[in-house]
Design a protein around this ligand. Sequence first.
Ligand SMILES: [Zn+2]
Length: 101
Amino acid sequence: MTTGAGHFEDTYRATKLDGAINWGCFSIKKRRLIGGFQVGCYVVEDFDGDKSGYRHWTYFAMCNHGSKSGGADTRKNVIIQAKMSMDYCSQCASLFETHLK
Ligand SMILES: [Zn+2]
């Protein structure tokens, strides 16, 4: 797990090294409920991918399949969304099903 300050290049470099699929990730974690698959928390302003639909938000979560959560205003809320990737990613949902057994 790698977590650091948002809006900070060293954090983004470290999360990329740890497996984040885009720039702008301030926290990446292997999620136990989906078998250790990684989900990151991203700062919209610094995200280097498609930001359409997120410009009014500060953060969103995105799993390493590339599926994004809804937007969030606080770190606390985006971390909650990072734990719920099975709700917005069908591939995480099937990982979740597999690891329930
Ligand atoms: Zn996923």
